[in-house]
Design a binder for this molecule. Structure first.
Ligand code: LLP
Length: 463
């Protein structure tokens, strides 16, 4: 089988049409630092290493597929956000991107707070020693049990998402003899430039309370009137994987105008605003993400300016980056299996994982990069689609990419920037066993979430 008999050239039009790579990269062996974790590099022998350990050794020890997270990189990114926002602001890592006890400990050590959105995330955070007062509790349909557990634990804030919840949280807090610190999540009416399923500030969706028709002002009125609540601020999250700061600026401006209206109506200056998460990362070389210090500067300036104009004291700002911290710090390592060249189309490269470890391509049409990491190759570039082993034709990991034409079963390939929303959205479809997460740091690798086993699957099946 000669895969090189299918040169990339004739298929460029097709690739261009889909808006992905227009041409193969100049050097298929190069690793673009934009998409790979900091300590990833190619050794002299050609094998890629992370944290000083070669992927061939990692594959032998931990198997494939597996996620490898660069601990030093995670800590550095967490610290960069912390430093950029300084002492007058708080950074809440969004646990939904990826959460485990090790992650909680790293965040705690780096001085970050944590945003959780379920009882499961809350118990993970508490069990790993995150102080409750540094936890924010989110969700559009929190259960009574979740609310009670969060209040009993003493979470720093609950972000209220509906009129019903305002009453529910107040009632539960009062029954526990507590006054719960809360924020109200508003929808500011911004159309974020991202996939529809991850845009959250337009009005026709399930999150938050609309600013536009006076609903948010009414929510503030009700929250201020309830003894069980201490309203500390307003929350806005406009969506995810966003590069353009304009949406955040509009959101900040509208949130500040609500603060001014609240001051005018109630004589109360709410002390905090939370501008959510959503900053984009580089999945391919074509993405150009903003650095935390640029984001902090832009948000700080706009809030200060708007507050000065409205004669308000500048509130304490908080943000909730998830993807921007963990996303770039991990990659998924796969072993190449079946290789199927389709004449005049592309070559399908099957790996030992798929949509069960990365649903983002199928769900959001997400783009990823891929590289041959167990060796270098001087072969011609070959246009590939990296697919999984599931019984579904939409089981695609990387839609369009180039790999060397001498790729063979047994080679290891890696998909970078899979730290966010991959393990956390992993499934057991086709009874796949969810891969482990291995932390690599300074020549040492340790499992932080172990691989699922067939016993794990069977343990739940009690019929
Ligand atoms: N804060 C709130 C209230 C959120 O709902 C989210 C994400 C974040 C912060 C963190 O956003 P980030 O900085 O990670 O973009 N599964 C989708 C993303 C869904 C995001 C949901 N909320 C994906 O894989 O792209």
């Amino acid at each position: 089988m000669s895969r090189s008999a299918h040169p990339a050239g004739p298929r460029h039009a097709d690739v261009l049409h889909e808006g992905h790579y227009s041409a193969p990269p100049a050097d298929l062996n190069a690793l673009d630092p934009k998409v790979w974790a900091h300590t990833v590099s190619r050794t002299e022998g050609g094998v890629v290493s992370v944290g000083g350990i070669e992927v061939t050794r990692l594959a032998e020890e931990f198997g494939t597929p597996a996620y490898f997270v660069d601990e030093a990189d995670f800590r550095a990114r967490a610290r960069a956000w912390r430093t950029a926002f300084g002492h007058d602001a708080d950074v809440f890592y969004a646990g939904k991107a990826f959460l485990s006890r090790a992650i909680v400990r790293w965040l705690h050590e780096e001085g970050l707070n944590l945003d959780v959105c379920s009882g499961g995330e809350l118990s993970t955070a508490l069990s790993a020693g995150m102080p409750a007062d540094r936890i924010a509790f989110h969700g559009n349909n929190k259960s009574e049990t979740e609310i009670r557990t969060a209040i009993e634990a003493g979470v720093g804030r609950i972000v209220l998402d509906s009129f019903q919840e305002i009453v529910r949280v107040a009632h539960i807090a009062q029954s526990l003899g507590k006054r719960q610190r809360v924020q109200i999540r508003v929808t500011v009416g911004v159309e974020a430039h991202t996939h529809e399923f991850i845009a959250t500030a337009h009005e026709d969706q399930k999150f938050g309370i609309a600013l536009a028709d006076g609903q948010a002002a009414e929510a503030v009125r009700r929250a201020l009137a309830l003894d069980g609540l201490e309203l500390i601020g307003i929350h806005s999250h406009i969506g995810s994987q966003i590069f353009d700061m304009a949406g955040f600026e509009v959101a900040a401006r509208r949130v500040v105008s609500l603060l001014a209206a609240v001051r005018d109506e109630h004589g109360v200056e709410l002390p905090e605003i939370d501008l959510g998460g959503g900053l984009g990362i580089a999945y391919t070389s074509e993405d150009d993400p903003r650095e935390p210090h640029e984001i902090a500067k832009a948000l700080g300036e706009i809030v200060t300016r708007e507050c000065e104009a409205a004669k308000l004291r500048t509130p304490r700002i908080s943000v909730e980056p998830g993807r921007a911290i963990v996303g770039p710090t991990a990659f998924t390592l796969y072993e190449v299996g079946t290789i199927k060249p389709l004449d005049g189309l592309r070559t399908y490269v099957s790996v030992d994982g798929g949509m069960s470890d990365n649903i983002r391509t199928a769900l959001y049409d997400a783009e990823y990069s891929v590289a041959l990491v167990s060796r270098t190759s001087d072969a011609e570039p070959m246009l590939v689609r990296v697919v999984g082993k599931h019984c579904e034709s939409g089981d695609i990991v990387v839609k369009d990419a180039f790999l060397p034409a001498d790729l063979a079963p047994g080679d290891l390939i890696a998909v970078p920037a899979t730290g966010a929303y991959c393990r956390s959205m992993a499934s057991n479809y086709n009874h796949a066993l969810r891969p482990p997460v291995v932390a690599v740091n300074d020549g040492e690798a340790r499992v932080i979430v172990r691989r699922e086993t067939e016993e794990d699957l069977l343990r739940l099946d009690v019929g």
